[in-house]
Design a protein. Structure first.
Length: 300
C-alpha cells in the first residue's frame, strides 16, 4: 500500500475546481430543462455520463470492487439521483443565484453529520467560517424575496431545499466513498447506478423524446459532470468532509455571474453583500488545520 501525502490546502483548491465545473454544468442544465424538460435532460445526460465514465474506467480496471465498496457506490448514487432531480427541476423555476443560495444549508448540515457519523472534529474556524457564509445566504434570500418571481417559484424553492437536505448526506457519503475507492471507479459506478435507476423508472415516466438540436449541450453537461465528480473524489480522499464542505459556497459566485450573463437574472446589492460574506467564510474556513487522515491507497 502506497502512502499518499495528505495535502489539505491542495484538496481545498481541487474541491473549488469541482464546484466550478458543476456550477457551469448547472447553467447548462437550466437551459436544457427549459428547452426539453426535466425527464428528457436527466435521462439523456445519465446515458452520456455512463458512456464517458465507462470509457475512462473499464480499460484501466484491475478488479471489480468488493461488496462493501459496491454498497457505498449504490447508496450514494441513489442519494445523488434524488438530489439532482429535485435541484434541476427547481432551477427551471427559480433564479440560479437564489437556487444556489438555498443549497448552502447543505454544508452546514454536513458539518454535523460528519461529526456524528465520521467522528470528525469540527474546528472553531470551520464553525465561524460557515456561520459567516450562512449570514451571507440570509442576506441573499432577503434580497431575492424582494424580487418578483415566477408563479411556481415556491414549488421550485421547496424542491431545492429538499435537494439541499439530500446533498448534506451526499457530502458525508462522498468522504466515506473516497476512502474506499478510486475516482474512476466512483464515477463509473455512480453513472451506472443512476442509469439503471432511470431505466427502472421509464415505464412510469415514459421514454423521453430525442433532444433535437440539444445533443451538444447534453455532451457538455456530461463532460462537466464527470470532471466535477472526479475532482471531488480526489479532494475528498485527501481532506475531511467538514473541511471541504465550505467550498460549496463558492458556487454562488458562479451562479450569480452565469445567471446574469446567460439568463439575464439581475445581481442586486443584496447579492453582492451576501457574496462578500460567503467568500470571507470560505477563506476563514480554509485556514483550519486539518486533522491527520488515515493511510490510504488512492490514485495520484
Amino acid at each position: 500500500m502506497n502512502r499518499v501525502a495528505q495535502l489539505p490546502v491542495k484538496a481545498f483548491a481541487v474541491a473549488l475546481a469541482a464546484v466550478a465545473s458543476l456550477s457551469i454544468m448547472d447553467a447548462v442544465m437550466k437551459h436544457l430543462v427549459i428547452a426539453i424538460g426535466i425527464i428528457a435532460v436527466t435521462v439523456w445526460r445519465a446515458l452520456a455520463n455512463l458512456g464517458i465514465s465507462a470509457a475512462l474506467y473499464l480499460p484501466t480496471r484491475k478488479s471489480w470492487p468488493g461488496r462493501r465498496a459496491l454498497r457505498i457506490h449504490i447508496a450514494r448514487a441513489i442519494v445523488v439521483t434524488v438530489m439532482a432531480f429535485l435541484f434541476f427541476w427547481g432551477i427551471g423555476r427559480v433564479p440560479l443565484a437564489q437556487a444556489i443560495a438555498l443549497t448552502f444549508i447543505a454544508p452546514l448540515i454536513a458539518l454535523v453529520l460528519a461529526a456524528v457519523f465520521l467522528g470528525e472534529r469540527i474546528g472553531r474556524l470551520s464553525v465561524f467560517g460557515s456561520a459567516l457564509a450562512f449570514a451571507g445566504v440570509i442576506v441573499i434570500v432577503v434580497g431575492q424575496a424582494r424580487m418578483a418571481l415566477a408563479p411556481d417559484a415556491l414549488l421550485g424553492t421547496a424542491a431545492i431545499i429538499g435537494s439541499a437536505l439530500t446533498y448534506a448526506v451526499n457530502i458525508v457519503l462522498m468522504r466515506h466513498q473516497a476512502l474506499a475507492a478510486k475516482p474512476m471507479e466512483i464515477n463509473f459506478f455512480q453513472s451506472l447506478t443512476i442509469m439503471l435507476l432511470w431505466l427502472a423508472a421509464l415505464p412510469a415516466v415514459g421514454i423521453p423524446a430525442l433532444p433535437d438540436g440539444q445533443w451538444h449541450w447534453i455532451g457538455v453537461a456530461a463532460v462537466l459532470s464527470t470532471a466535477g465528480t472526479l475532482l471531488f473524489a480526489w479532494a475528498y480522499a485527501r481532506g475531511e468532509a467538514s473541511y471541504l464542505a465550505v467550498t460549496e459556497y463558492s458556487a454562488f459566485l458562479w451562479a450569480s455571474a452565469l445567471g446574469w450573463i446567460v439568463f439575464s437574472e439581475k445581481v442586486t446589492g443584496f447579492t453582492i453583500a451576501g457574496a462578500a460574506l460567503i467568500v470571507g467564510g470560505c477563506l476563514i474556513a480554509s485556514r483550519r488545520r486539518a486533522a491527520p487522515l488515515p493511510e490510504i491507497d488512492v490514485a495520484a
